[in-house]
Write a protein that binds this ligand. Structure first.
Ligand code: HEM
Length: 313
């Protein structure tokens, strides 16, 4: 049960039209580390300043820290389940682990708000970090991923979303926090578009136009939906996703920025194992024949209250 938890960061924000994802490393030296710590106390104020200008724009920002960054920046206890991202799969079909100390997940209805906040946040960091990846994501029609299927349908909502994503009594010093996995995927759209719609539906496990789940008899065991549906002690365990399409058609780049929040890294890792190694091993996610993970990093997202306090740690 999660009761009396500190205020989480803005995980519950309704899916927006635009997002910017920034992953950055903290530069060497104590000056950079101190700058980043102090900045933790500035984030909420900057979100207020930029967001107030367009109240209907729903601007929000979530900030996470990797295991290595946590140990380097903050004294005292550390989030119990935080560790470096572990790779899954085999050469040619690998959930790669790539460097990154900080994650910024900025969302708003309009890109100008995301852009302005990213600019202000980076300017406040004033050279203390080096950005390793930056992606601008957009909503694609009726919440479609770039491969044409509606994405996010089976996300938990309301109380369930909180129970599945927010740390509670199991780690009292970090209650109100969350774990988040990001992976940048590139799709081979030429190969994908050569499949018939029926074949694509068997890859995802849902119908394309109407987004209805295939019956158990029709849904292959190597479909994305079958392999990412997991249970623990007989109960389904969910994560909260807010994937965004991105790309550069002129360069032939078509991608999905995957972002998944959970109460512990365990369900995220279980899903990756099912997808990349397979369940049983070898029966891997068909979606990976058309999608390559080019980044992968795990972060802890402290509660909003703790984020503010971290400046003093
Ligand atoms: C190439 C990147 C990916 C794409 C394009 C993608 C797309 C989709 C689509 C279209 C659906 C069906 C609609 C829905 O319920 O949202 C889905 C479901 C889902 N995906 Fe992904 N996904 C990707 C990667 C991942 C990864 C890496 C994970 C987990 C680590 C994941 C976890 C899930 C889960 C839990 C569901 C819901 C399954 C269910 O309850 O039926 N996805 N995804």
């Amino acid at each position: 049960m999660t009761i009396d938890i500190p205020e989480p960061q803005a995980l519950g924000t309704p899916i927006t039209h635009s997002a910017i994802f920034i992953v950055a490393n903290v530069n060497p030296g104590s000056e950079a580390a101190e700058k980043v710590k102090g900045w933790c106390g500035d984030i909420a104020g900057l979100v207020r300043s930029v967001g107030k200008r367009v109240p209907s724009g729903n601007l929000s920002c979530i900030c996470g820290f990797s295991s290595g960054a946590w140990d380097r920046l903050f004294d005292g206890p550390r989030p119990a389940a935080l560790h470096d991202f572990r790779e899954f799969g085999v050469e040619g079909r690998l959930a790669v682990s790539t460097p990154g100390d900080l994650l910024l997940h900025i969302r708003a209805e309009q890109m100008d708000l995301c852009f302005e906040l990213a600019t202000q946040l980076m300017s406040a960091l004033d050279g203390a970090v080096t950005v390793t990846d930056e992606v601008q994501g957009f909503r694609y029609f009726d919440m479609r991923s770039i491969i044409g299927f509606v994405d996010g349908t089976e996300n938990p909502v309301g109380r369930k979303a909180v129970d599945f994503t927010i740390v509670g009594d199991e780690d009292p010093s970090f209650s109100g926090g969350s774990y988040v996995l990001v992976q940048k995927y590139l799709h081979n759209m030429t190969a994908w578009n050569q499949l018939s719609v029926e074949a694509q539906e068997k890859v995802i496990g849902r119908t394309k136009l109407s987004d209805i789940e295939l019956d158990d008899e029709a849904k292959p065991s190597n479909s994305h939906s079958a392999l990412t549906t997991i249970t623990k002690d007989g109960e389904e365990v969910k994560i909260l996703r807010d994937n965004m399409p991105f790309g550069r058609p002129g360069a032939g780049e078509f991608g999905t920025y995957f972002i998944g929040y959970a109460r512990s890294p365990e369900p995220l890792e279980q899903m990756l194992e099912n997808m990349f190694v397979g369940k049983p091993p070898g029966n891997y996610d068909r979606l990976l024949d058309f999608s390559t993970a080019v980044t992968g990093t795990l972060f802890f997202v402290p509660s909003a209250d703790l984020l503010d306090e971290l400046a003093e740690r």
